[in-house]
Write a new protein. Structure first.
Length: 256
């Protein structure tokens, strides 16, 4: 076991409403806080700098590239990477402090608890939402498809789940959720096409229906009330758009 120095890492673009809260939650457990910003046009930079963080601007090339750039730019090999709309719960802070003092694994996993339009969501496939965000960057990196890459560790790495929730303040309106889902579906389709994925009529027709059934019935979305219905219907809509856009790209049509 060893005591380590920890870099808290955040990527941002126009996050003036969230960045201060996120930074504050990292101060108790991190020896450095790094913000990598893709040239925000709001007050994100001013707010971040008022907290005396390390601030870097880097052109946006996608979530995957930006997250790997951010972890590589940290001063320490042990990183805790958050999104700007997230913060550490008090219980999670205590768990991370214990881990810092007795680092024994290569990565640590904890649950993310999401607030959706003012309501904390306990079902719908949104909780428990296990995330690996605390890790040794020498043994892990971000992989997968935009807009939702994840940290993957080397095959011989060891990970452990720790107590406490990562609090996620997601969408403040249903319209924002729907609009961003359409945007993310385009990004996912482009990433799939880049990797050589072929369109499938079967997935275009049946995957959206299964996505709704899985999240609303099997994962208890109905228990989240009206918000659960909106979440699960929008997840189905996102799935449909993703495969529709992939089909259009394959036909040589523009999706912009």
């Amino acid at each position: 076991m060893q005591q380590i120095k920890l870099s808290g890492v955040i990527i941002t673009f126009n996050e003036e409403e969230n960045i201060g809260r996120c930074i504050e939650s990292l101060k108790e457990v991190c020896d450095e806080i790094l913000v990598v910003d893709s040239f925000s046009t709001d007050r994100t930079k001013d707010i971040a700098l008022s907290h005396q963080v390390k601030f870097i601007e880097n052109a946006w090339k996608g979530f995957l590239d930006q997250k790997n750039f951010a972890q590589d730019s940290a001063s320490f090999d042990y990183v805790l990477q958050l999104d700007a709309d997230e913060e550490l719960s008090e219980e999670l802070k205590k768990s991370i402090q214990l881990v810092k003092n007795n680092w024994a694994y290569d990565g640590y996993i904890f649950n993310r608890f999401t607030n959706y339009c003012g309501k904390w969501i306990r079902h719908s496939g949104w909780y428990p939402d296990a995330k690996l965000r605390l890790y040794d960057r020498r043994k892990g990196k971000w992989l997968g498809l935009d807009p939702h890459p994840s940290v993957f560790m080397d095959s011989e790495s060891r990970t452990r789940h720790i107590e406490g929730d990562l609090l996620h303040y997601s969408y403040t309106s249903y319209e924002d959720h729907i609009n961003r889902s359409a945007k993310y579906a385009k990004q996912a389709a482009i990433a799939m096409h880049t990797l050589g994925k072929k369109p499938s009529n079967f997935k275009l027709i049946f995957s959206p229906a299964f996505r709704f059934f899985n999240s609303y019935i099997l994962r208890g979305g109905f228990k989240d009330g009206f918000e659960g219905l909106i979440i699960c219907k929008t997840a189905s809509y996102y799935t449909f758009l993703k495969y529709m856009y992939l089909k259009l790209i394959h036909k040589g049509k523009s999706i912009e």
